[in-house]
Design a protein. Structure first.
Length: 396
């Protein structure tokens, strides 16, 4: 719950997630729903005003709310902030002290009216989507390997998208609940913003987190293979080990730029994310012991886009992506999450996600390309990653 939130009168009655999201979308309000990893608490916030775009996120001074930021800021894809005028803890709805009371009361009135969950798609934008074909993707991977061998870069992450039809009975809140049940270790989210669209996903990757104990946390996550029953049986190829080590080195270089020397490092270790396994190293800083009040914002600016979704060095990798990937990532591989609630701030890389349109979902996935990459294997890796969202669609 945001600091200073209030619950009075009719606000203390029970509401469902379906009611909250349905009323928000029907009233053309931005809404974000999330579930943190290894938690049972489904949370949501609603903004009552209509100004959603924002500048570079400032974690330490931001009001309570939810950031949703793109891979690359553009006129089409802007940093979004959903201010937490209303907060839902899974049962009760609370209003922030500075929430406009006439709009609060209007929203509660809207909550009493039956809403069709089929109206969520009215938030979808009308941008024409370009899709990366298998031939186009594997050709780009082959070209990337050549550039890496020519020492123009060490690694580049290439991604693609795919259009899948939505089931006739599809409901975004039901899909969110299914994701939360299927992927307990992931950050699960559903975000709908008028004029922008509706996105949902189950991300395994922390970008920047600061919990209620003031512990800063980020991870190096890279390397992918199909999950096995016993993680101890996982065998990692040299390509995957090197890919993960590159991400580690980049985080350490960010610490060095900030002259931060006091941190803990644990890993790499094998973790499971849905049907896949990755290598992960955790980095933490106790901000009660290390005086670095702006570490969250400073690291966010240095890290995004991370080497796990862009490449190394960042500049040539990003230039290669923009020139050869063949489509606009939009909010895929950006970052999102709640900030400055009582549980702290938790931003995740927007991976294993899909964008919801009127009749279709657009699924996204990427693969890290290094000198040892095989184009066909990288294509297969994106296929496996898309199964995270594909399974949610197929289960309806």
């Amino acid at each position: 719950m945001p600091k200073g939130a209030t619950m009075t009168g009719e606000q203390t009655q029970d509401y469902t997630l379906e009611q909250i999201v349905g009323a928000a979308i029907a009233g053309q309000k931005a809404v974000a729903v999330w579930r943190l990893p290894l938690s049972d608490e489904l949370q949501a916030c609603v903004q009552l005003g209509q100004q959603f775009t924002t500048g570079q996120p400032q974690l330490e001074t931001s009001p309570f709310g939810f950031f949703c930021c793109p891979f690359q800021v553009s006129a089409q894809d802007r940093n979004l902030f959903i201010k937490g005028d209303l907060y839902f803890d899974g049962k009760n709805l609370a209003s922030a002290p500075d929430a406009p009371q006439p709009q609060v009361q209007a929203f509660y009135t809207l909550l009493q009216e039956p809403q069709s969950m089929n109206s969520w798609h009215t938030s979808a934008n009308t941008v024409t989507h370009t899709f990366q074909t298998e031939a186009g993707f594997t050709s780009a991977v082959k070209m990337a390997v050549e550039r890496i061998k020519a020492e123009e870069m060490e690694k580049v992450v290439l991604s693609r998208n795919s259009r899948e039809p939505l089931p006739e009975n599809f409901s975004p809140v039901a899909a969110f609940r299914a994701m939360a049940a299927a992927y307990p270790r992931a950050f699960v989210s559903l975000v709908s913003v008028p004029g922008v669209g509706t996105w949902m996903g189950a991300s395994p990757e922390i970008l920047v987190s600061i919990n209620e104990q003031q512990v800063f946390h980020t991870v190096a996550l890279a390397g992918t293979q199909t999950a096995v029953e016993n993680m101890a049986d996982a065998i990692w190829r040299q390509k995957e080990i090197e890919e993960q080590a590159m991400v580690e080195r980049y985080i350490l270089s960010c610490f060095k730029k900030l002259r931060l020397r006091e941190y803990t490092e644990v890993g790499p270790r094998t973790i499971v994310a849905g049907n896949l396994m990755h290598l992960r190293t955790d980095f933490k800083v106790n901000l009660r012991e290390v005086h670095f009040p702006t570490l969250g914002t400073d690291m966010l600016e240095l890290l995004h886009p991370t080497s796990a979704v862009c490449g190394l060095p960042k500049e040539p990798a990003l230039a290669f992506i923009l020139a050869h990937e063949g489509y606009n990532r939009s909010y895929y591989s950006g970052f999102l999450g709640p900030v400055n609630g009582t549980g702290g701030s938790h931003l995740y890389v927007n991976l294993r996600c899909m964008q919801l349109l009127r009749h279709d979902a657009i699924l996204y996935a990427g693969a890290g390309v290094t000198e040892g990459s095989d184009p066909q294997k990288e294509w297969q890796e994106t296929q496996h990653k898309m199964q995270t969202m594909g399974k949610i669609l197929s289960d309806f």
